[in-house]
Write a protein of this length. Structure first.
Ligand SMILES: Cc1cc2nc3c(=O)[nH]c(=O)nc-3n(C[C@H](O)[C@H](O)[C@H](O)COP(=O)(O)OP(=O)(O)OC[C@H]3O[C@@H](n4cnc5c(N)ncnc54)[C@H](O)[C@@H]3O)c2cc1C
Length: 423
């Protein structure tokens, strides 16, 4: 794979997500060779994927070339490849483009969609973990509305205009809100032959409230916001199957739909070769100590969503959201610098900056410590935080412009079927 031979220590990083990027940024000018592997040549800002799915943002605004992020790093090499296997005895990784040895290995592979072993859902639902998947949802949604516009079969028209989302965590809630706004702001004007009331957005959740990871106060607020937007909520409802036409729940309810989006769970994106004590099977995450070192290994670290660090405050590990990933990446980068200078490493301490979710225009909810609030102020805060953390100045400007334009015009400019979705 054409990586220069070196006498320096070689660090291999798998995954250019929040954790991997934060880690490498810290080691810009160090006397190390760093090789980053990712199956995409860009970093994905996953919190805004739902806006790509619902035609609110172009995909380019939420992705950023990994090579560009690190163009000023010394002795840095990016390789576009899937890492398939780790041989911990030979300190070697095996990838879709060849193998490479490491002195240190950093695993920051995040998560993948969890279908909980349900084959019918895995085969027929639409996941939303990557930019191509978000674009698939955008195309399918628009294709189905186009089909509904021309069909004379009432039953089929209803199925095409029924949108069902599984999981009322932040992703499901944000998607449902954005789809309901699409109905309100776009459908009426772009599709004069479809009555707004014909399009339905169903949000199905197994627990007894929306946004289960957040406080009860904001959960109630978010529910009110969703109901105001006309989203049909089905709480304490478990989905048992989806055959491509009908979603069936465990209590026997059925939803005819041509668009079923699965936002009900993730599981660790493990790589073959590390198991035993290092693996917490129930969570599919690598067990790490307070320095993010994987249990049982001296030169392997795991960061972000894939790492499970048991602490007093977080006995089941940190939440699988962006902040722990960013903070762990930064802390480990600083620790590598300390190590190179013969200093002691600093244990990781999570600084919880709060959680937020948006439900639609002027509607968001925020938990920050003992503060729990929702409404327009929360929405502006949500926008500011997301713009701040987007990678790249251009992306921030384009996103800000798009949001301002949409706010003024009630518009979603990216409603284009560029690459039709085919099963
Ligand atoms: C739809 C959605 C919405 C979200 N919304 C929010 C939000 O609002 N707020 C929030 O804080 N968090 C949110 N999250 C969670 C947040 O995105 C994750 O917690 C965060 O991305 C974790 O960072 P990470 O670096 O551990 O992994 P990731 O950012 O997932 O990065 C992992 C990287 O590893 C690469 N990779 C994986 N396996 C391999 C392999 N075998 N070979 C090569 N490359 C590989 C992937 O391509 C990816 O680039 C959301 C997640 C999703 C999916």
């Amino acid at each position: 794979m054409n990586i220069p031979k070196t006498k320096k220590q070689r660090i291999i990083v798998i995954g250019g997500g929040f954790a991997g990027v934060s880690f490498i940024k810290k080691l810009r000018n160090e006397n190390l060779q760093i090789v980053l592997f990712d199956r995409h040549n860009y970093h994905t800002f996953q919190p805004l994927l739902y806006q790509v799915s619902t035609a609110g943002l172009e995909p380019d605004s939420i992705a950023y070339p990994l090579r560009k992020i690190f163009r000023k790093n010394l002795d840095f090499h990016f390789r576009l490849a899937e890492v398939e296997h780790i041989n911990t005895e030979e300190n070697t990784i095996y990838t879709s483009i060849g193998s490479l040895t490491y002195d240190y290995l950093i695993i920051a592979t995040g998560t993948r969609t969890n279908y909980f072993g349900n084959d019918s859902i895995a085969e027929n639902s639409m996941p939303m973990k990557t930019v191509p998947q978000a674009l698939n949802i955008r195309s399918l949604m628009l294709q189905n509305i186009e089909k509904a516009d021309i069909t004379t079969d009432e039953k089929e028209r209803k199925r095409l205009l029924n949108f069902v989302i599984a999981g009322a965590g932040p992703t499901g809630v944000e998607l449902a809100g954005a789809l309901a706004e699409f109905r309100k702001g776009i459908l009426e004007f772009d599709y004069p032959d479809i009555d707004e009331k014909e399009m339905n957005v169903h949000l199905i959740e197994g627990q007894d409230r929306v946004l289960p990871p957040m406080s009860k106060q904001v959960s109630k607020k978010a529910q009110k916001f969703l109901e105001k937007l006309g989203v049909e909520l089905h709480l304490e409802t478990f989905i048992s199957s989806y055959d491509g036409k009908t979603v069936t729940t465990k209590d026997g309810k059925t939803f005819e739909t041509a668009t079923f989006i699965w936002a009900a769970g993730v599981t660790g994106a493990l790589i073959k070769g590390i198991d035993g004590k290092a693996l917490i099977e129930k969570a599919n995450r690598y067990k790490v100590d307070e320095f993010n070192k994987v249990e049982g290994f001296e030169n392997i670290y795991a960061l972000g969503d894939i790492a499970l660090m048991e602490t007093k405050d977080f006995p089941k590990g940190h939440p699988q959201v962006a902040q722990p990933a960013i903070q762990q990446g930064k802390n480990l980068g600083d620790n590598f610098k300390k190590m190179l200078n013969g200093k002691n490493m600093k244990p990781f301490k999570y600084n919880d900056k709060g959680t937020m979710a948006t439900v639609g225009r002027n509607k968001a909810v925020v938990d920050i410590g003992k503060l729990h609030f929702g409404g327009a102020i929360a929405w502006f805060l949500w926008m500011f935080v997301h713009l701040w953390f987007l990678v790249g100045f251009r992306n921030r400007v384009v996103t800000f412009f798009n949001w301002t334009y949409s706010y003024i015009n009630y518009d979603k400019a990216a409603r284009l079927i560029i690459r039709p979705f085919k099963k």
